[in-house]
Design a protein around this ligand. Sequence first.
Ligand SMILES: Cc1cc2nc3c(=O)[nH]c(=O)nc-3n(C[C@H](O)[C@H](O)[C@H](O)COP(=O)(O)OP(=O)(O)OC[C@H]3O[C@@H](n4cnc5c(N)ncnc54)[C@H](O)[C@@H]3O)c2cc1C
Length: 523
Amino acid sequence: MPATLSETDFLIIGAGVAGLRAAIELAPAGRVLVLAKREVTDSSTQYAQGGIAAALSDEDEISLHLQDTLGAGDGLCNPDAAKVLVEEAPQCIEELISWGTQFDRDGTKLTFGREGAHSRNRILHAHGDSTGREILRALYAKAKTLNQISVREFEFSIDLVTEAGRVCAVQVIDEHGQHRTIRASAVLLATGGMGQLYANTTNPSVATGDGVAMAYRAGAELTDLEFIQFHPTALYLKKAPRFLLSEALRGEGAHLRNMEMTRFMPKYHSMGELAPRDVVARAIMHELERSRAKDPIAYLDLTDLDAGYIQKRFPRIYSTCMQYNIDITTELIPIRPAAHYAMGGVRTDLQGRSTVPGLYAAGEAAGTGVHGANRLASNSLLEGLVFGTRAGRKMRDELKSPAQSVKDVPQAAYSDGPVPVPVEVIITQIQDLMWKQAGIVRTGSGLKQAIKSLEELDAQLGHAHNRREFEARNLRINGLLVARSALAREESRGAHYRTDFPDHNDAKFLKHSVVAGEKISFS
Ligand SMILES: Cc1cc2nc3c(=O)[nH]c(=O)nc-3n(C[C@H](O)[C@H](O)[C@H](O)COP(=O)(O)OP(=O)(O)OC[C@H]3O[C@@H](n4cnc5c(N)ncnc54)[C@H](O)[C@@H]3O)c2cc1C
């Protein structure tokens, strides 16, 4: 069945903070088509709670924001990218405010919260703990005022099409289940993270790393894939999703307790509960293992904090926990760590350009090196804004290199019917495997086992026909590349921890991993 052809000037895959911000930047230059694989509101951006970092308060300085970002990155941040991030942050926030974003204020003054590894109160938040939702609302409202931008929901991108080494189109399955090929002068991947690789994740269901897998198949270089951040505190109840309990709760004074009700973080780090996320996540795992209970849990304790203030400051967390009959102002919250954020992604320069002409990436799908080996809390919404803007600005130049003519691409028969059971079984296998063998604490032998199993799963997956099968295919590839990168990095750094190489090895590994086809190198 031949695919229908259509065209636009600029194609953006992803309608989160990065995609929408890039679209707004591109609108004066041509027609912009933004695709989302489900509703626009189904993205990590929508779920971001804690806030967005910017050195805007009287007591803060851009140099301190930079210092904290580099510190969290554990020696591996690209300093140029980090500098761009913190320097362009205030302007991006002011722009957001001018487009109607309502950040929380005390009277007329913006209020700034504190999160782990920040040396100052610099986290802007909206409606208490719904910062991402408010930013997305404002960006989408702004995008809708610009005639050049069309946003289409339920359009699933399958693969990039290249001609003469240049990306010139994207194959999609549209909302009616039809295959289409959309050609464009330039394509931006703003597809978000890959948390769905793991059995426990805070990420929404759309976070299957499709953009990273598509870029890989198109021959683009990927970078720093071994660095997956695990959030220390996700709600842990048997039948509930792993709802995120924002770091800002610990910023306000919440404590972590083990099964004996002992506060344990001070014994692991001088910053206690506000230590870097990888330290807190590993400390919790250590306490869980130490307890020897069959199904051990740790707890987040807010009971000493002012109940009225907590309800006002964290209305979404308060009401969500109440749905599960936990009153967070009087009861301990059962928690465990969960996969949260991918530091690596499609390797880009400071303008969002990938290594393949015509292909750009921004936001969580991109690997700018801005987060190094570990992301500083509340820097990722900011990354989407800053580098989404930059990618959009640079993509305007691509109109000079118009899309080549794209021939019809024959498609396999497609059915969007019910998901066949085996696909879900395979996805669960991938998620369990990644959690156990390529998760918070890793070993060389575990990673080799994961790689072997993921290679074997290829035969079971066969040819993809529907969206879920395409997602499964992407998850398998991403899992394989994360595990291979983690095996190649024979040291521990930031969010990547190996018991067989527990220390830094600066001589060999103070470098970024780069995946190019089958090869993994460090540069
Ligand atoms: C629960 C939670 C809380 C967080 N809290 C914070 C916080 O307080 N502060 C902070 O800075 N960061 C936070 N983060 C991280 C931050 O939200 C994300 O890193 C950021 O929003 C990513 O933005 P993005 O635009 O790159 O991707 P997303 O917002 O995830 O958007 C991805 C888009 O790509 C689309 N897409 C994906 N694949 C396809 C495909 N194949 N075809 C078509 N479309 C596709 C999706 O439909 C979606 O529109 C949080 C993350 C989570 C999950």
